[in-house]
Design a protein around this ligand. Structure first.
Ligand SMILES: [Mg+2]
Length: 398
């Protein structure tokens, strides 16, 4: 089999990838929703892909892996990897998990991030409301993640939250960093405590908090939360959109608290996890298949983390319906260090109308059944999708 073309169209601000072959098999995948600017990066890779045999996934990946980087620059390479696996699965008539070694679980646990519901502010009262909204969700998730402090508008809403110079117009989503004031620190701990106490012990709670903490403040925060038995605290030192990792600083924090410390969603490739894992710098890692280099890359990292006693909670908030399919396939195969993946809850219901594979939100009691369709399990319905494709991308359907 040979790749004949690679196309990329933007649908609802999400780049969708279509790899076609001379045997009529099509591979589909997707880049995170808020990244339409990556469309030309995908198309630049076309000369390296056309003519290659897509079922030799690793052989193809060796041609393009050097063209990626930390988030967001690993997304194009990662999405192509997933479309190749889709083709390889379809060619074999098997779901992709079978090609990754088979599933070790029939249902996958998923957790839900609590996005900024309308009217919710970073007050103690609103953290209680947030927890109540979470418990009432129809999918009955058993684990949630709360964005707070530097990973939220708390840093702008709470006067004198920290001693740093507040940046309000930076191009990156989490530009603020510095020492928390005593007032800011106490408010933060009260808010997280209120949310956890409202949820109760039947629900797991993780906190996405940075990047932005100084190491001793991160330790002080983690220690203050120890009695809450959180799932983890995420990205305090480095993290989302930070183009490097600081494993030695993470290790200073992780070694001194019983609150599990988590990072990794922005990291590209296994090599960039090496120091974090071998140095036992964190307790939980969260690679995103759509940024780390793909699903085989994620599986390798999960196995290596398991050897070192480190848990896995893959990131996926904006991965869309194709990213959801990829997370299910790979998470079905991960070792027992797998906790749950982040449900990509931020895509519109129309995606179920323009794709085949899911009959609506697949989560029941926080769990997803592993499907048995060949490939990744989701296909775009071209005729249905036509109305949603951006102007200028009409050749996507040729
Ligand atoms: Mg995060």
């Amino acid at each position: 089999m040979k790749i004949t073309d690679i196309k990329c169209a933007v649908i609802a601000s999400s780049p969708i990838i279509r790899i076609t072959t001379d045997e009529g098999i099509t591979g589909w995948s997707q880049i995170e929703t808020p990244k339409p600017y990556l469309q030309p990066i995908v198309l630049q890779l076309k000369p390296w892909l056309v003519g290659q045999d897509p079922v030799n996934v690793e052989r193809v990946m060796r041609r393009i892996r050097m063209r990626g980087g930390f988030k967001p620059w690993g997304a194009a390479v990662s999405a192509i990897e997933m479309a190749l696996w889709d083709i390889a699965g379809k060619a074999a008539g098997l779901p992709v998990y079978r090609l990754l070694g088979g599933k070790v679980r029939d249902q996958i646990r998923t957790y839900r991030t609590l996005y900024h519901e309308p009217g919710i502010k970073h007050t103690v009262e609103d953290y209680v409301r947030w927890a109540e909204i979470a418990k009432a969700l129809p999918e009955k998730f058993g684990m949630f993640k709360l964005p707070t402090s530097f990973h939220s508008s708390m840093v702008r809403e709470v006067p004198e939250f920290f001693y740093g110079a507040l940046q309000t117009d930076a191009p990156s989503p989490y530009p603020n960093r510095g020492l928390l004031t005593e007032h800011g620190f106490r408010h933060l701990v009260e808010c997280v405590t209120a949310a956890k106490q409202t949820l109760g012990e039947a629900y797991g709670l993780a906190v996405d908090a940075g990047p932005g903490y100084l190491a001793h403040d991160a330790l002080r925060f983690a220690k203050a939360l120890e009695h809450l038995h959180l799932l983890w605290v995420e990205d305090m030192i480095t993290g989302d959109y930070v183009p490097f990792v600081n494993p030695d600083v993470y290790r200073e924090v992780t070694a001194r608290t019983t609150t599990p410390i988590h990072t990794g969603e922005q990291i590209y490739l296994r090599q960039n996890y090496k120091a974090l894992i071998e140095g036992h710098a964190v307790n939980v890692i969260g690679p995103d298949p759509c940024d780390v280099g793909g699903i085989a890359e994620l599986k390798w990292i999960a196995e290596y983390a398991d050897l070192h006693g480190i848990a896995m909670a893959p990131h996926g908030t904006a991965n869309g319906i194709f990213g959801l399919a990829a997370l299910i396939q790979v998470c079905a195969t991960l070792p027992d260090n797998f906790i749950a993946f982040e449900y990509p809850a931020r895509f519109e219901p129309f995606w179920y109308e323009i794709t085949e594979g899911f009959d609506g939100v697949p989560v029941r009691d926080g769990m997803i059944d592993v499907p048995d369709r060949p490939g990744m399990g989701v296909d775009l319905i071209l005729d249905a999708a036509r109305a949603y494709v951006s102007e200028g991308d009409a050749d996507f359907f040729d």
